[in-house]
Design a protein around this ligand. Sequence first.
Ligand SMILES: Cc1cc2nc3c(=O)[nH]c(=O)nc-3n(C[C@H](O)[C@H](O)[C@H](O)COP(=O)(O)OP(=O)(O)OC[C@H]3O[C@@H](n4cnc5c(N)ncnc54)[C@H](O)[C@@H]3O)c2cc1C
Length: 470
Amino acid sequence: MAGDGLKDIKSEYDVIVIGSGLAGLTCANMLAKFDRSVLILEQHTKLGGLATWFKRKGGHIFDVSLHGFPAGMIKTCRKYWTPEIAKSIVQLKGIRFDNPQFSFSTTFDVNDFTRIMTDNFKIPREIVDDFFVTVRGMNFYDDQTMTTGELFNKFFPGREDVVRLLMEPITYANGSTLDDPAISYGIVFSNFMSKGVYTFQGGGTDKVVGDMETELIKNGVDIKTGSPAEKIVIENKKTAGVVVNGKTIKSNAVVSNGNLISTIRNLIGYENFSEKFIEEVKKVRINNSSCQVYIGIKKGEKIDYIGDLLFTSTAEKFDSKALCSKNITSRTFSIYYPATRPETGMYSVVSSTNANYQDWAYLSGEEYRASKEELIESTLNALDKYLPGIRGKIDWVEAATPKTFESYTLHVDGSSFGTKFEGLKVSMDLPTELPGVFHTGSVGIIMSGWLGAANYGVITANNVDKYLRL
Ligand SMILES: Cc1cc2nc3c(=O)[nH]c(=O)nc-3n(C[C@H](O)[C@H](O)[C@H](O)COP(=O)(O)OP(=O)(O)OC[C@H]3O[C@@H](n4cnc5c(N)ncnc54)[C@H](O)[C@@H]3O)c2cc1C
């Protein structure tokens, strides 16, 4: 549908959803099921947002953000998408850690973590149990003054090794640090610990997003890709539609799935909000971005099973600043075996690293190319420790940086997980400031990742439907 202008779409909808990330898609699907007329406008030529993939010569298909999500995604897909999508979700059993403080494999669930913390780390069982009960009991309405660092210090004082075990994977999963509210750690960690880490099998992101697109069309949603929304029209302090390709399409409700800050600053404009609200907006911090290296194994070539997710680091201890540094010490390798896409029988490896936009955005063309080359070379060297001779087995390698993420999603600073915690309140308060304008998507850590984004889409769809019924 890319590039086909705006023909075939109506002049008015009940709801226009700007952006087709998992939150936007899920929100649109729910609203269509509520019998609302819905239009999705996506600036990119593909649906999915960060839930994306790309194909390369040699038969390679690379998944960008499909490394693992909590078991809750099964219920979310079954209830809000289709039973078939839910059925394709399987557990990743081989989560491996390798760093100067420890090295082992785990199924990344509460039973296995309890075993590791008591047997390997020699923490008394009652303290481990108490910790799990505490984090499981955390909820959004709790006191938010305790930081994650303080939480760890309360249960495991002086134990930097335990802090690394508990924190490093979550920093990868949502960019949070020891200084963020403990609640933002507790909810995400408990989600994973309930049953482990899951992914799709029998088809990667291309299959899942393709199935979602089929379902949206079946439910009557109009979809326009290659169509960046330029403005959310505000009339009499309410929304009246969206400007796209210079044309206004009318609607009484608009949901932006784009970056929270650019939605408020660029699509709506500060002048439409109260000063008090803008003060809050200006305090919202953007989350970190990422670098990735995509490594394609030649067709017909095999690699040994070394685990599904490999958290590696050469840093002496956990340090969230070092995790984002351009001088990379920590990498998460996702290894895709033929089970992901049985029809291709191929393997690939994707290395992900948290990154700062500022380290990459202002390089000259030559510096940028050289830095990408260095990123690729150092990543292949790091992978060779786990897959000796890997260079001889690959026929494709390329890298993405924060600039890549920025250009494909329009996220401010190429953010991988929206905003920090304070963004959640601003996102949720948007319709109180401007009736009819809603936001959904990765925001505030809790609502991040595949599961959080999809679930926030459901919450927003319910709020939009309620608003339209008034
Ligand atoms: C490298 C990386 C690895 C990740 N790994 C995992 C993982 O293993 N597990 C996990 O759960 N999560 C992971 N995530 C996070 C997860 O992918 C995201 O949290 C989630 O996909 C975000 O969904 P979203 O709905 O917020 O929207 P996004 O995916 O951010 O999509 C927003 C959409 O809005 C569109 N848009 C923006 N502005 C406009 C406009 N003006 N007009 C039209 N369209 C517009 C964009 O093009 C985009 O399609 C990862 C992220 C990254 C970057």
